[in-house]
Design a protein around this ligand. Structure first.
Ligand SMILES: O=C(O)CCC(=O)C(=O)O
Length: 306
């Protein structure tokens, strides 16, 4: 059993924590059955099938992460050198997915409760949601230590109450040889410390603050692969923080099905006004039901002004 209060305090004081078993392994395994709609299985990928590697580089990678011309890949730093390489970002698939079970993992109640506990705030927004698959041999995944400076348009305010929570939910066992993220510590300059490998079983959640120095690590295990979900939260009013946007998907099937399955509190994680909010009128609740067929709109309807 993980002591969630202690884990939350560790995130607040040390800046990062690996919460083992945050999501039950059965919930992960059920959803992972559907991961193979998005990615080739590790066996398929490592069988040497060109169809599997083409599928990985096209279907399993969002357009914006696909190197636009092959030269970019060849001009990257030599293997063994710590560097950001375009090919490290192959295998990034954006939420919402065709799989409802995978979609719902991003808002698993255990993750949301943990974020609320650690951030000491109930009104949160999910601002980053994507799945990342890596396979041994695609590229050298070794990165230099860095702090993520691309989650905010202003410098990070590093006091309690201002932090966002960056998170990786492990969909596969992330252990030796399959690229467990290395953590060095916090500080305005690179800390002199021994890196800690955030190894954990599937269902673990690595939560870190924006001031944490960390890096991606190469996958060396033959036949290896690593699958994680980036799941990051900010306080509702902190609009300077962001990464992925969801509105652009909101008139399409996967989002519509996902939205129809959500409670008011779950949709509020994406910014939807809660029941009782002055936004809602009877006509809008009707239109909402029409848009997301099957949604239980009764909580919104019950809180309409008389
Ligand atoms: O994939 C990882 O383990 C970390 C990746 C990372 O830190 C990055 O791409 O900024």
């Amino acid at each position: 059993m993980t002591d969630l209060q202690a884990a939350a305090e560790q995130w607040q004081t040390r800046g990062w924590v690996l919460v083992h078993d945050l999501v039950p392994v059965d919930d992960i395994d059920l959803a992972v059955n559907e991961l193979w709609e998005l990615f080739p299985t590790p066996d398929e990928y490592h069988s040497g099938s060109s169809a599997a590697s083409t599928r990985f580089e096209t279907e399993s990678t969002d357009d914006r992460y696909r190197p636009t011309d092959n030269r970019a890949a060849f001009e990257e730093a030599p293997s063994g050198e710590l560097s950001f390489r375009a090919r490290q970002f192959l295998g990034l698939v954006m939420f919402p997915y065709s799989s409802m079970l995978l979609n719902r993992l991003h808002i698993h109640p255990n993750i949301v409760s943990f974020a609320q506990l650690a951030m000491e705030e109930t009104d949160l927004r999910l601002y980053q949601a994507r799945t990342w698959g890596k396979y041994t041999g695609v590229t050298d995944y070794g990165q230099p230590f860095h702090q993520d400076r691309n989650h905010s348009i202003v410098p990070d305010r590093l006091e309690k109450g201002w932090w966002n929570m960056e998170g990786f939910l492990y969909l596969s066992d992330v252990e030796d040889g399959v690229g467990a993220t290395e953590i060095l510590g916090s500080g305005s300059t690179l800390p002199i410390a021994k890196p800690i490998s955030a190894s954990g079983k599937r269902g673990s959640f690595l939560a870190y603050r924006p001031d944490i120095w960390h890096r991606g690590v190469n996958l060396t295990r033959p036949g290896g692969a690593r699958f994680i979900m980036s799941t990051s939260f900010r306080h509702a009013g902190h609009e300077w923080i962001g990464f992925d946007s969801f509105q652009q998907h909101s008139n399409r099937g996967p989002w519509s099905k996902f939205a129809a399955s959500c409670s008011p509190e779950e949709l509020a994680l994406f910014g939807a006004p809660l029941p009782g909010h002055p936004y809602w009128t009877p006509e809008l609740v009707d239109a909402f039901e029409e848009r997301y067929r099957g949604i239980d709109a009764s909580p919104w309807r019950k809180r309409l002004p008389l």
